[in-house]
Design a protein around this ligand. Structure first.
Ligand SMILES: Cc1ncc(COP(=O)(O)OP(=O)(O)O)c(N)n1
Ligand SMILES: Cc1nc(C(=O)O)sc1CCOP(=O)(O)O
Ligand SMILES: [Mg+2]
Length: 537
């Protein structure tokens, strides 16, 4: 049965896996294709090597010939253009050189056609049972320099690539950053395997971002710890293959790299929780579809100058829970939420019945800024409405506003403790899974997801999210806190936004550019309220 969030079969993005065949079925091409299909993609395969493998041993590895490798690549390229590529086992150095050369040429062809293809490399060297898969002890991946979106070594692979042991946390961080520079790619250094002492308690992966397309400038060239509780399962054969193919799948659906990593991590956690053992050795992960259980997603912590590891996940979650106590919980719908740039429109919309409204004055040098904020807060009291002040959190505290709306960039210069102590409600913007997880850690009163459709109101670094992404975000956050959709929403699009199950909608131009904003508000508000009951959509 197809659920509401599934992509129709005919519009599934194509993802290639270039990897080895695992006759045991738990890893390699077999795990990749199962994951790709489970995540609503059409998987194509380029087999690099055939392995005679079970869950307990690798008996034989035979690489395919260069002719066969290239023939598979050319045949696929002529017909089945990928949205993303995952590369797994490359059994010998000559395959690395051959594939990198082919990829370099093909990327130029795709670029000329305006097609962008993210390539994820999982530098597989050893099978879970401990037997070697690749011919050389240390493969050299430098031919892939500049061709990858992400490389995903585990600790032992990172050690091999770095040419030294990485017992100390600082060494591991430096090695990941160095690899990122050497290959000009983002790096996900996986701590999931039970390796050095710093990755015992939980699965801590280090994401080093390098020129990631479509993410906030604030996260560019930064590093993040992604921490998940360690799932104590011996059935972990194919974990790395599943993770990297899931990252490719999520990117193929148009999500940015950082999102793909956190969704794939949640997918792997869910797969491990439901894992099974078909043979005598390590069993394999279950395929459990696109994850929407928030507890499976990692806790994110940006690395600091000290590069300290986050304390345990439960400790981080406890801190988040303590913070939650401060921010106001919104228990009646925000409804149709106008965002306005002046007091006259604010008053007209309050008169028309708006119960939530935001004053958004972007010019910090506006001489009447404080005066307008004072007036907006007073009008909110008169009309018993929730008035949110955009950006100017100090003035909001000074004049005791109901709420403040902040973007994630605004958080750098704001003091959330002061806002919490002042009893002020907080709305936070999010533009991706990654930002949602970060925003959630502050336990705001509501979250706004945008921009759903193209907007001219504001220059956005990200692409419009569209309804499919909004649906995924809503299924992740529904019942956690109120979710507002913003960006390009108007009378025509209102019903389609409603079908995503989002709680509330915010609008700028649909009201400010209407001939009669008050009448427009009333018409849009009635359309929004029609057949909508809070929390049960
Ligand atoms: C309801 C709502 N959602 C999103 C925003 C955008 O906030 P932010 O990202 O801080 O951008 P600016 O509005 O400050 O340009 C918002 N204001 N309101
Ligand atoms: C102010 C704002 N913030 C957005 C976000 O995605 O964070 S989109 C947006 C503008 C929304 O304006 P309109 O309704 O005119 O498209
Ligand atoms: Mg802002």
């Amino acid at each position: 049965m197809i659920n509401a969030n599934q992509t129709p079969i005919e519009s599934r993005p194509i993802v290639w896996t270039i990897a080895g065949s695992d006759s045991g079925g738990g890893a390699g091409i077999q795990a990749d294709l199962a994951s790709l299909s489970d995540l609503d993609c059409h998987g194509c395969s380029v087999i690099t090597a055939v392995t005679a493998q079970s869950s307990v041993a690798v008996s034989l590895v035979e690489s395919v010939s260069e002719k066969m490798l290239l023939s598979q690549l050319d045949t696929l390229a002529a017909d089945l253009t990928p949205a993303a590529i995952k590369i797994g086992l490359l059994a010998e150095q000559s395959q690395i050189v051959c594939l990198a050369r082919w990829l370099k040429q093909q990327q130029q062809v795709w670029q000329q056609k305006g097609i962008s293809v993210a390539v994820i490399l999982d530098p597989v060297m050893v099978a879970t049972c401990g037997d070697a898969l690749a011919k050389a002890a240390a493969l050299d991946f430098t031919p892939f320099k500049g061709l990858l979106a992400l490389i995903t070594p585990n600790v032992s692979e990172l050690q091999t690539l770095a040419g030294k042991t990485l017992d100390k946390l600082e060494d591991c961080i430096s090695a990941a950053k160095l690899l990122s520079k050497q290959l000009e790619t983002s790096v996900l250094a996986k701590g999931g395997d039970y390796g050095p002492s710093w990755c015992h308690e939980q699965a801590n992966d280090l994401l080093v971002c390098s020129d990631v397309a479509g993410i906030s400038s604030q996260h560019q060239q930064q590093s993040f710890w992604l921490s998940s509780p360690r799932i104590d399962s011996k059935n972990n054969h194919g974990t790395g293959c599943t993770l990297s193919s899931a990252i490719a799948a999520v990117m193929a659906h148009g999500f940015v790299l950082n999102d793909a990593v956190v969704v794939a991590k949640a997918y792997v956690s869910a797969g491990l929780l439901a894992s099974y053992q078909p043979g005598c050795g390590a069993g394999c992960l279950a395929r459990t579809a696109w994850p929407s259980d928030l507890s499976l997603f990692p806790y994110i912590k940006q690395t600091t100058a000290q590069d300290s590891l986050p304390s345990s996940v439960s400790h981080c979650r406890q801190i988040a829970a303590t913070k939650q106590a401060g921010f106001i919980k919104i228990d009646t719908p925000l409804g149709l939420y106008p965002v306005v740039a002046d007091i006259a429109l604010l008053e007209a919309l309050l008169k028309a019945g708006a119960k939530t409204i935001q004053l958004r004055i972007k010019d910090t040098n506006e001489p009447t800024l404080e005066e307008q904020i004072i007036k907006a807060i007073a009008l909110g009291r008169d009309y018993r409405a929730r008035v949110f002040i955009n950006d100017h959190w100090q003035l909001a505290i000074k004049h005791q506003a109901y709420g403040v709306h902040l973007g994630q960039e605004d958080l750098i210069d704001s003091n959330l403790s002061l806002l919490r102590e002042a009893g002020i409600a907080l709305g936070l913007s999010s533009h991706s899974y990654f930002e949602i997880l970060l925003a959630k850690q502050h336990q705001p009163s509501y979250m706004a997801f945008g921009h759903i459709f193209a907007t001219t109101t504001k220059q956005m670094p990200s692409l419009p999210q569209g309804l499919n992404k909004l649906k995924r975000y809503v299924s992740l956050m529904k019942d956690e806190l109120p979710i507002v959709a913003i960006g390009g929403i108007d009378a025509e699009r209102l019903q389609s936004v409603k079908t995503t199950g989002v709680d509330d909608i915010a609008m700028v131009r649909a009201l400010s550019e209407a001939d009669d904003p008050a009448a427009a508000f009333q018409a849009l508000n009635s359309a929004w309220l029609e057949d909508t009951s809070y929390g049960t959509q």
